[in-house]
Ligand binder design. Sequence first.
Ligand code: ADP
Ligand code: MG
Length: 591
Amino acid sequence: MSVSATPGTATAPSLRAAWPYALLLAAGILLPFTGNDYWGIIATRAAIYWVLVAGLNLVVGFAGQLAIGYVGLLTLGAYTTAVLCARTSIGMVPALAAAGAVGAGFGVLVGLPALRLRTFYFAMGTLGFATIVTQVALAWTDVTGGGVGVPGPVLPAPFDTPWGFYAACLALAALCTWMTANIAASRFGRAFVAIRDAEVAAEVCGIGKPRMFVLVFLFSGATAGIAGGLFADLQTYITPDAFTFDLSVLFFIAILIGGRGSILGPLLGTLLLTALPEVAAPLVAWSTFLYAALLLVIVLLIPGGIASLLDWRNRRPLERDRSIVPRPELLPELLVERHRAPPLAMRDIALSFDGVHAIDGLSLTLHAGEVHGLIGPNGSGKTTTLNVICGFAQPQRGTVTLGEATLPAGAPQSRASSGIARTFQTPRLVGEARVIDNVMIGGTVTGRASFMEAALSLVRHRRDERELVRRAAIALRCVGLEALATVRCDRLQHSELRFLEIARALMLAPDFLLLDEPAAGLSAAEIEHLGRLIRAIRDRGVGVLLVEHHADMIFDVCDRVSVLNLGRELAAGTPAEIRAHREVVSAYLGG
Ligand code: ADP
Ligand code: MG
């Protein structure tokens, strides 16, 4: 196997990953010594743009939201800073802080519609916001000076000279890079990516989309507001026409050509797009065209952006015939001894989709320490049963209870904290993330550190990460995938994805584990391994609900079996009873 799974290399910003940043920073620090004032100004502008793009990158590249109107937040930050400095006696540093706060507030205002509006519609919303801000800046002449404008603010000495200002911008840009890299490598960054690529899986892991969106829009709004303040300083005099749509496009395209889910890619993208019109000075009028052409070339030739070119590790070939050999004997390290959970029960559930009865008066009780098989023909309501338990489907009648407590319908992200984990009939994973990151997504709710603690890499965050990496490494060993820990998930075979989903579910140390056709697409040997793994999970006191078509496996592994037909229970009992049940045999098992 060509890849190793030492936890050290599997975790956050390692030193090896830091060298490109160190190189860029060194170039940035050496630039003043060249004495080239012209490039100094361009570099200052690039640093300011990056302060905004760094935050926006979390929204677009990580959380996958198409926010194209961030120039609106830049404008707000610029006017807040400039107006405060011009019309009050507070200095530029407090004014910048105010711009950050205003940006954060409006960032959430602009961002939260993303909870309801999808892709294109959300993008249009952000664009509308940018237009409104410019119009208000034009019309509100008492404060903004309208078309005449306001003088730009100036930082206090020693940052009031061009090179002094450059130093301040470079320092802020470096700080933003470090903070966003920390966030990206934290449970928050993984949660954003999970929402982007595997939303239902994120919910099952207890990741609440509203909370994550508030955090990411607060943060990116703040960086955009601060970038606006710095931009105002750079302008010396600001008017609404300084904030063009082209600028918004630049921010967005820098991320697209940089590559999703990367920090370095969009950073290089920002540098490239800022420098490009200067290098091609005669082509200034063509800059929009250049962006478009560059975008087209990148989308067509390297869809993963600059980041995918830099990701040489993932071009190494993987071993061809890999076999999955789970090690269930390691489960006690993950599923420690604890009290048995009370039964998880569905009572008289009825659910129909447009008149089609998917479930029709079904009751089912799962006990800790038992494997409960759920079989039935296609369309008999097995997956829907799992969806009802997990809170994805809201039944028209009936309740789901855990012991005495009723579990809220339609609140899937609440199930993780109730100790319920599941896998999906079609694996839901983040293809662009590494295998170990996918597993760590399963442990998101166990983290204690706040978003800011993660951004600043404080002690509690580092402790969280160490623990998550440790547990994820064990989970991968339990299912036999440890050799693939640092491989991108989309390079795995189908059977490996099935085991990977189980590893992710185990990260919760669940009381109940719901498996939706985990053996589909597995070889005979793999099914054998899977059966052993499921029995071992049960022996740790977990209640397993096993939806499966492979009759042999069901009878081999289950303690109890329920047979569904047309959303109703056709039969229930021990495997021996089911095997002898006349109706079941003739209708479903055949023979
Ligand atoms: P199984 O997992 O046993 O194959 P499902 O639970 O997926 O079956 O589906 C049960 C029935 O409910 C099927 O007739 C299916 O077409 C229908 N169904 C499931 N989900 C939906 C949905 N979201 N909208 C409409 N019909 C659905
Ligand atoms: Mg199904």
